[in-house]
Ligand binder design. Sequence first.
Ligand code: ADP
Ligand code: MG
Length: 300
Amino acid sequence: METILSIKNLDKRFGNIHAVNNLSFDIKKGNVYGILGPNGSGKSTTLGIILNVVNKTSGEFSWFDGKLSTHQALKKVGAIIERPNFYPYMTAIQNLELVCKIKEIPYNKIEEKLKTVNLFERKNSKFKTYSLGMKQRLAIASALLNDPEILILDEPTNGLDPQGIHEIRKIIKDIAAQGTTILLASHLLDEVEKVCSHVVVIREGIKLYSGSVDEMTASHGLFELKVATDSDKLMEILSIYDGISSLKNEEELIIATLNKQISASEINNYLFKNGIILSHLVKRKPSLEQQFLTLTNNKS
Ligand code: ADP
Ligand code: MG
């Protein structure tokens, strides 16, 4: 699969703040990537670096397998990293014509892109009459005018009402379905789950996880177990049970991570037959979801 962007050991410091810390990941053609992390975790800084508006401290990134200079490569990138800013007294069409003029691209894509973002009916309305959601959609249309290989969005639904959020997410999915690679930054777990095929989770500039969103949701969770006596025996008996991928001791508890679906009663039965009576048994949600929730609830 073609690599659109490769980031290696990227680092950015603002004085004492380590905004991006040794970050590495690849973007492959056709996927929808989310950079997920709480506010202040380095998402916008990372996007700024790859778009050449923020200088990196160290590390590397290369666009399109390094076949193009960053300057050339960025002509094949559509990005919205700031609040949409158009001329208030000009219509959608007039604003997009101006963008075409500045970027030296023909006008012939304007109507098509307005249709993509469901603004065709309002193409002759002045920008200042648009809702925030419509403004954001116009920004997306603008970023699509040059048929980019990849569309980059920073917190695309921030500040929108539920209807506006829904519309933007649907449009992003439609654009992805037409084959455009997408990279979006978000502090919202459910946004990434709903829109993205892949996720890079960061906190304080450090990558915590990267992989497919499916894998994340296919996780089978874990058990917390405890016995009054002999926890060594419990460990031993659990270790031969099919479906437990790892065991560890955490303070008073034994944590058993599952690689297939096992119910609490199944495991309880099995242990009872082996002479073990538990004093504590809890099945927890997938650990990654826990991690996500901790990330998004506590920090944002
Ligand atoms: P996110 O987009 O995930 O919310 P940012 O990339 O905006 O996070 O910020 C990451 C960290 O870098 C934060 O601690 C932020 O305060 C800091 N930061 C971002 N831009 C600057 C800047 N221009 N000068 C100083 N600190 C900055
Ligand atoms: Mg940001």
